[in-house]
Ligand binder design. Structure first.
Ligand code: GLN
Length: 501
């Protein structure tokens, strides 16, 4: 189990710096693994082997020339297919963007390249990042490596699955309502949604602009922190980017003590609708935090139960506006094949054929919520609810340093189980949405396998805006305590299963 594909980014970085292994060897190992497991996992929409090897060759050359390189130089990374990568297909999981090849890089993509990371390819997602299972991808679902009959979460199921399929040590996600944290939770990986404005949205295909946030995905807390540090920070190309120093997430991920940290357990995120196995692992993890020196108390956030409803008005409203650009003229697939070539007909046919059912549902909901006569009742009241949730967080963070909850109410569900029940699908984000509405930092960390079904469970940590470092402090201490219990990381169980005859 000690081969290159199981090593984390930090370990690989040290091996490369020490000259024991080259980036080309690491990249080749990942590409071979991708070729081996993709038929079963389907985490990638596009693998850019040639360019990846060329990027690796260049890093090896720079290292051989004695150039000063960042800690992740030469480490492979997978990019959610919602981020523009010049010259590579960027479909966002949609037929309407099937043939779009962006001429520019997203800021996140550019920062990865500037730091010498090796982009392996683009990972699968629900169409336009709308969903909790990757089943809304126009190109077929991704499978969860813990159980191939189950979903890897969504929308960033491809990024999360690629980590525990050992195709890559690092991946990039984007989180609008939980799309980094919920897949992390159901795949037993680490996923972080930075403070809104903490990482740039430039070149991320927009879903709901006031909620979208790029973030790191990894198998370990330190690896996520190293990736966070590469992609975060002010960007003049994103008007909502925050011009403030990036919190020292890497130092926080190496601290391992919780002494004096005040932790609030959110009363409203648990109980009915939560799987018993999830609640059990969550309670055990909270006890571990307490044993590690944290002061734990219950905290009420009374408006959190309203968050899902508010999100499903605000998000579709923004979706209906953002997706208007896919008009078959400026962007998108053009269906232009019968006699009527009027602009309206071409747009209608192209959008009708190019968007899947979930995207259409949200465009219709959002257009309705914003229409005159209904605006105040729907969008307006949802915005007021959003303010109440921001106030809940502010009041809670006067009492405690971080809040915790399960990351999602259940473990990974079966493929197909929720496709015909949008409400059941939406409930996967009950715990994650409040932090998108309020814009604070939040993460999911693996806390074991559910005793009910043997599938991964995640704990969510929420911190005030620009206190992203606290997430990593909690995550690192928790990871260390759990790895002592398990004599290794959670994902090692998956690697062992593969080794068994
Ligand atoms: N599952 C949520 C949704 O469908 C969140 C998606 C996301 O964060 N991109 O909207």
């Amino acid at each position: 189990m000690n081969d290159l594909i199981h090593k984390g980014a930090w370990e690989l970085s040290q091996l490369m710096t020490g000259g024991q292994v080259s980036s080309q060897e690491v990249t080749t190992a990942c590409l071979e693994r991708i070729a081996q497991v993709e038929p079963a996992v389907a985490a990638f929409l596009h693998v850019d082997a040639e360019r990846a090897l060329e990027l690796a060759r260049r890093v090896d050359q720079r290292r051989a020339d004695g150039q000063e390189l960042g800690p992740l130089a030469g480490v492979p990374v997978a990019l959610k297919d919602a981020f523009a990568y010049a010259g590579a297909p960027t479909t966002c999981g949609s037929l309407i963007l099937r043939d779009w090849i962006p001429p520019y890089n997203a800021t996140v993509t550019q920062r990865l390249l500037d730091a010498g990371l090796v982009i392996l390819g683009k990972t699968n997602l629900d169409e336009f990042a709308m969903g909790s299972s990757t089943e809304n991808s126009a190109f077929g679902p991704t499978h969860n490596p813990w159980d191939l009959e189950r979903v890897p979460g969504g929308s960033g199921g491809g990024s999360a699955a690629s980590l525990v399929a050992f195709e890559t040590p690092l991946a990039i996600g984007s989180d609008t309502g939980g799309s980094i944290r919920q897949p992390a939770s159901v795949t037993g990986t680490v996923g972080v949604k930075p403070t809104y404005g903490g990482s740039s949205r430039y070149g991320l295909v927009a879903m709901a602009s006031s909620l979208d946030q790029p973030g790191p995905c990894a198998r370990s807390v330190l690896d996520a922190a190293l990736l966070h540090q590469v992609i975060a920070g002010w960007d003049p190309k994103d008007s909502t980017s925050i011009d403030a120093p990036v919190p020292d997430v890497v130092a926080a991920a190496q601290r391992f003590d919780l002494a004096g940290l005040k932790v609030g357990v959110v009363e409203e995120l648990g109980g009915e609708g939560y799987a018993a196995g999830v609640e059990q692992r969550f309670a055990e993890a909270v006890a571990l935090l307490e044993a590690g020196g944290a002061e734990v108390r219950q905290v009420s956030c009374p408006h959190f139960p309203l968050a899902l409803g508010a999100y499903y008005l605000i998000m579709p409203s923004e979706v209906s506006s953002n997706l208007a650009r896919f008009d078959a003229v400026r962007y998108g697939w053009r269906v232009d094949d019968d006699g009527d070539h009027s602009v309206e007909q071409v747009m209608r046919r192209s959008r009708g054929a190019g968007f899947g059912a979930e995207a259409k549902r949200r465009i219709i909901l959002g257009t309705y919520a914003l229409s005159s006569g209904y605006y105040d009742a729907y969008y307006g009241s949802a915005q007021k609810t959003r303010t109440l949730i921001i106030e809940d967080f502010a009041a809670a963070f006067e009492q405690v340093d971080v809040l915790v909850s399960p990351a999602t109410p259940t473990t990974a569900f079966k493929l197909g189980e929720r496709v015909d029940d949008p409400l059941a699908m939406y409930k996967a984000d009950l715990c994650t949405i409040p932090s998108n509405l309020a814009g604070n930092a939040a993460a999911s960390f693996p806390i074991g396998l559910s005793p009910q079904d043997g599938l991964p469970v995640g704990l969510q940590v929420m911190a005030p805006p620009l206190a992203d470092d606290r997430l990593y402090r909690v995550g690192a201490a928790l990871e260390r305590a759990l790895e002592e219990q398990w004599s290794g990381p959670l994902w090692a169980e998956l690697a062992r299963r593969e080794e068994r005859p």
